[in-house]
Write a protein that binds this ligand. Structure first.
Ligand SMILES: C[S@@+](CC[C@H](N)C(=O)[O-])C[C@H]1O[C@@H](n2cnc3c(N)ncnc32)[C@H](O)[C@@H]1O
Length: 383
């Protein structure tokens, strides 16, 4: 690995995005292995962490926050560690280069349109953040411009300029966030240009990704994650599958070819609309999706006396709920495949399942987030 790549001027200025950057990647993997063994070792053998061949430029998503520069010019970047001061970011070692190109285009167009950054204290100005997503399949970029109020003066000129400066921009969405919050996105949005989503491919399946849908940020490692999880499920075409916390349907739709049927459950409405459309676009006839809280959905399934053979669950960082785990346990599937980006809450949930008589069969960490302290982990559980 090129040693030069381990140097970043942003880190010296206080960027907290890559806390492990100064450590060689092989050593990072070694540290993550030790960490996972310490955390999960009581459940059984922890397989070697699957690292990334080229652990750079892997991110398909970036968020840049607007602020005022020293000469009152519009700048954008990330908050310096532990502060509310925005560090200007022009390039990042972890971003796909198209993301930086798109953010530069937005900044340049916004300056030409004389847009001002939103000031949280004074409640003045317009622009809060820009979120960009890139598709490795089409090389297209989705731009989400987050504004504090709905009116975007000269929106047509803004769109024209952004497309001139970055021709790979496939769609531009305006998201309105007028709340006092650290959350990036607000609840309402309008499409300024294009279809409002981009299409990417994982495991041979095409996925629509809308502005507010969850989508894994490292597509190369995500393919490895999903293939490993689906293989570990041991599907042979006869099993019924539940994909809980399914996002745009990625795991369930990738597993559908090996299952009798798939039911996906997700509480984000726009993600579930994408999931339904993704089944149609990929001509998958044995998958269905439900827009509901996963805990409520599983309780209803169990109350109806129904059961599924295999459960994939991939909850948010907070993990699942005792009610969900209890209901799944009572439903008694052959296998649970628990995928998590937060092994601490995963461990808590596994301890709950252990008390109900479940046993861990496989622990497979996958490094989805090189140069950061985070690790994704697949755990297979059965009775
Ligand atoms: C870590 S993501 C996994 C998504 C998907 N499996 C994937 O790999 O792209 C967690 C998902 O759970 C959804 N979610 C969060 N809380 C939920 C709940 N209580 N019920 C159902 N879905 C929920 C989020 O919207 C998000 O899409």
């Amino acid at each position: 690995m090129d040693r030069q790549e381990n140097r970043c001027h942003l880190q010296e200025k206080g960027c907290g995005g890559c806390p492990l950057l100064s450590i060689p990647y092989e050593e990072q993997i070694h540290m993550k292995q030790k960490e996972m063994k310490k955390l999960m070792g009581n459940f059984g053998k922890v397989r070697p962490v699957i690292g990334m061949e080229y652990p750079w430029q892997y991110r398909n998503k970036a968020v840049s926050t607007f602020a005022e520069g020293p000469g009152r010019e519009l700048i954008s970047g990330i908050y310096a560690r532990g502060t509310h001061y925005v560090l200007p970011v022009h390039t990042c070692l972890l971003h796909h280069p198209r993301l930086d190109e798109a953010v530069r285009a937005v900044r340049k167009a916004a300056r030409l349109c004389k847009y001002r950054p939103y000031d949280e204290d004074r409640k003045t100005g317009l622009l809060r953040h820009v979120l960009v997503r890139h598709s490795l399949l089409t090389d297209e970029v989705l731009i989400v411009l987050v504004t504090a109020s709905p009116f975007l003066p000269g929106a047509k000129t803004f769109v024209k300029r952004v497309r001139e400066f970055c021709p790979k921009v496939g769609t531009i969405v305006q998201n309105i966030n007028n709340r006092s919050t650290s959350a990036v996105l607000g609840f309402s949005e309008k499409i300024l240009y294009g279809k409002g989503y981009i299409v990417d491919e994982l495991c041979g399946i095409r996925f629509r990704i809308a502005a507010s849908s969850f989508y894994q940020i490292n597509p190369v490692q995500t393919e490895i994650l999903y293939r490993t999880a689906i293989e570990a499920a041991g599907l042979n075409g006869t099993q019924t599958v539940l994909d809980a916390y399914c996002g745009v349907g990625t795991i369930g739709l990738a597993a559908a070819a090996y299952a009798k049927s798939v039911l996906g459950v997700e509480k984000n409405g726009s993600a579930i609309r994408c999931a339904i459309q993704n089944t149609r676009d990929n001509r998958i006839h044995n998958a269905h999706f439900l827009n509901e809280d996963a805990t409520k959905a599983i309780r209803k399934i169990v109350a109806r006396g129904e059961r599924v053979d295999v459960v994939f669950l991939d909850p948010p960082r907070t993990g699942s709920t005792p009610v969900f785990l209890d209901a799944v346990s009572r439903m008694n599937p052959e296998k649970l495949i628990y995928i998590s980006c937060n092994p601490k809450t995963q461990k808590r949930d596994l301890e709950f399942l252990k008390k109900k008589g479940w046993r861990v069969q496989m622990i497979q960490p996958v490094d989805l987030f090189p140069h950061t302290e985070h690790t994704e982990c697949i755990v297979v559980v059965s009775r």
